[in-house]
Write a protein that binds this ligand. Sequence first.
Ligand code: HEC
Ligand code: HEC
Length: 151
Amino acid sequence: MKTKIKAIALALALALGMGVTALGVVAGEVKSLRPAAADAPDAPPAIYKVMEGSKHERAYRQQPPLVPHTTDKYEIDLKVNQCLRCHEWPYSDQEKAPKISDLHYIDRNGVRQDVVNGNRYFCKQCHVPQVDAKPLVDNKFQAATTNTNIR
Ligand code: HEC
Ligand code: HEC
């Protein structure tokens, strides 16, 4: 009985081994981007200081602008959204803060509403404070600033 199980196990191992090599994937060669083993906890990300008083340029037209001030004290939940206290009209005029653009008031059917739509309620989903962070992986990203229509 035991030898039979061993034989089946061996056959399975061989079949699997062949299948995997046929695909060109050998377990030993698969390399994770993570430096540590998959079950090891990640190192905490570096904490950067928010760059206040300056403004990062947008890298492409549709980019949500980065936030030029700290945001950790501003509560956003179902009842309160402190970002709106400065960025929603008419407070934006009183606080001299940039007014949220009209696109934030359009619902998913394309209808303009009078209150910030739910799909733009959680501001930090799109607007993150600006920091001089190092790229997580090397990349060749370039800002899309070439506009051939303007001479
Ligand atoms: C106390 C008022 C106040 C609060 C609260 C506030 N902001 Fe601001 N925010 C400002 C002011 C003033 C500026 C303009 C600063 C500047 O241009 O240097 C600004 C700038 C910004 C900008 C840049 C806009 C642009 O056109 O470049 C973004 C994005 C932004 N804030 C998002 C947020 C988010 C998200 C929150 C909530 C987490 C928030 N703000 C809370 C006052 C506020
Ligand atoms: C789904 C992504 C998303 C969310 C969520 C979002 N925004 Fe934006 N925001 C954008 C984009 C994209 C732009 C630039 C294009 C535009 O004007 O809509 C922008 C522009 C802005 C601007 C600059 C407006 C201007 O005319 O220069 C401000 C200020 C702003 N958002 C504040 C906020 C605040 C405050 C919240 C939360 C109530 C918020 N945004 C939520 C995507 C988002």
